[in-house]
Design a protein around this ligand. Sequence first.
Ligand SMILES: [Fe+2]
Length: 135
Amino acid sequence: MSIIDWDESYSVKINLIDGQHKKLFDLTNQYHKAFTEGRSQNAIRQLIDGLLNYAAVHFATEERYFSEYGYPETESHKHEHKIFNAKIAELTRKRKTGEAIEHDEVIKFMRIWLEGHIKGTDHKYIDFFAKNGLR
Ligand SMILES: [Fe+2]
């Protein structure tokens, strides 16, 4: 049972980024599934770790493309990543200190990112990278 599904409306027309976005949807769904099925705290923590680690990989990939191609909106886009990274750092800290992480908090965060950020901020670079031949 998934709670958030990737479809073409999320595509940014770049294979590597679409692949990473799909994986983030997948990891979010896996985490949600583990939670709703009442899997062990340990299994759930591992999924949170996987999600947070992959988020860092993904932001680094996007930002590498920005600097490689001289994307003009790099700064504002990176600023949004920074806000997400602050939340990721907070969740990682909670995760490490054993503080409770609210399931709803994680899902809300992923929704803002996957629905809001991809369709808003990420979609702004589609034309730029397409014109530069990245696919
Ligand atoms: Fe982004």
